[in-house]
Design a protein around this ligand. Structure first.
Ligand code: IFM
Length: 417
């Protein structure tokens, strides 16, 4: 049990995170189009792609079904958000990260949906009513079809549409929202969509990938300026996915390789945008232990997705990023795919210790947002991975807090006393 004389300040944000497309249901965007086109192929390839996962025997029936790869109603958060916000209260949380769905707000170029804007206005009001600090993301991997059809972030000239969207959202929904995340995980978007080609637009092209990265940096810069023009009360960042990368032995090759990998995955992009950030949003899920020029992680503990589970390395990731960039850090995501709830309690308790140690070493930490509040549509893996503090029954949409979540809620209550 965590000792409750911990050094977490009173104003520390304890919360959970989600993203529109992964929970809302009923979206029409470049992802939903791609899902329908690719669901059958993903189901057919599951055996080949993921049959080495520990839980394969439990998931194979679902993973072979095309339906798994279609977000569809997701967990119907669009209609059930009040119920979900009540879960935050049950967990004694005081913060919540969500994304507004661009394709709902601007379904056609230059056409704004009053209905969608009103929906999100109510949504934010319901959070405020519950004394929950909203953390609002603008781009979390999904794009309106019209924007993606014109080339999305591949074209420099398209960035102005994102800037206009950011300005509109800041005007309409900004009042009362302090923390804004412009772009979620630019590095992950780039890797999956333009290098590995496993997400839409499913390209494998290093030159286009490099161009997208440059344009995302530019997009953040313009969006941050537009948001601050609307009100200087907003604090703006991206949510950066960091992989803590370290040498597994003391050879020079391991150490140089680890540094290069860390630079490419973190610093190349962060250096471009950090002066346009008021804080740094950090998502942490795994580390990379490097031997020579290869990653070979310890395999004692893994998530259901086969990801290395080293929650304690969060401490070193935070210290590195804080030392280098000198910005207050908000952990915008951290969690584990764990359908049987075997590791989540351990993961969270280790993460709390890691945060505490990092803070004792001087890291200015704003808060911790667990991924995810409820089970979510996990992109190309579909619905089988279970990240939620609350388990969702996809047939009945019933939410049930997992035992680890109940434990976490009790810990938060003590830490906030
Ligand atoms: O579900 C994703 C989220 O969309 C972005 N960060 C990582 C999560 C878990 O894979």
């Amino acid at each position: 049990m965590i000792r409750t004389n911990a050094s977490f300040p009173k104003k520390f944000l304890w919360g959970a995170s989600t993203a529109a497309h992964q929970v809302e249901g009923g979206n029409h965007n470049q992802w939903s189009v791609w899902e329908l086109e690719n669901a059958r192929a993903l189901a057919m390839k599951a055996e080949y792609h993921i049959s080495d996962l520990n839980k394969w025997d439990h998931i194979k029936d679902i993973a072979r079904q095309p339906d798994n790869y279609v977000s569809g109603k997701a967990v119907d958060h669009y209609n059930r958000y009040k119920e979900d916000f009540d879960l935050l209260k049950k967990l004694h949380m005081n913060a919540f990260r969500f994304s507004v769905e661009w394709s709902r707000i601007e379904p056609e170029e230059g056409v704004w949906s009053a209905e969608a804007i009103e929906h999100y206005r109510q949504y934010i009001m319901e959070l405020k009513k519950r004394d929950i600090e909203p953390v609002m993301t603008l781009f979390h991997f999904t794009l309106p079809v019209w924007f993606s059809d014109m080339g999305g972030f591949e074209k420099r000239r398209n960035v102005k549409y994102f800037e206009r969207f950011a300005e509109k959202v800041a005007h309409e929904l900004g009042p009362g929202v302090r923390y804004i995340v412009t772009i979620n995980e630019p590095n992950v978007y780039l890797e999956q969509s333009y290098l590995e080609g496993s997400w839409p637009p499913a390209k494998q092209n290093k030159i286009v990938a490099w161009r997208v990265l440059e344009n995302l940096a530019y997009a953040h810069k313009l969006a941050a300026a537009a948001i601050r023009d609307v009100s200087s009360d907003h604090l703006v960042s991206i949510a950066h996915s960091t992989t803590y990368t370290y040498a597994g032995d003391d050879s020079w090759l391991s150490s140089i390789s680890a540094s290069i990998m860390q630079y490419l995955s973190d610093d190349y992009f962060l250096k471009k945008i950090i002066k346009h950030c008021d804080y740094l949003g950090v998502n942490y899920y795994f580390s990379a232990r490097v031997y020579g020029y290869r990653v070979h992680n310890p395999d004692e503990k893994q998530s259901d997705l086969g990801w290395d589970a080293s929650p304690m390395n969060l401490q070193f990731a935070l210290e590195r990023l804080y030392d280098k960039y000198d910005k207050p850090i908000l952990i915008t995501e951290n969690g584990i795919a764990d359908m049987d709830d075997e590791l989540r309690k351990w993961w969270i308790s280790q993460s709390i210790v890691a945060m505490k140690l990092a803070m004792q070493r001087g890291v200015d930490l704003i808060g911790y947002l667990h991924w995810s509040l409820v089970d979510n549509f996990e992109w190309a893996y579909g619905k089988w991975p279970r990240f939620g503090l609350a388990a969702v029954n996809y047939k009945t949409m019933e939410r049930r807090l997992r035992p680890s979540a109940k434990w976490f809620g009790a810990v938060i209550a003590k830490l906030r006393q």
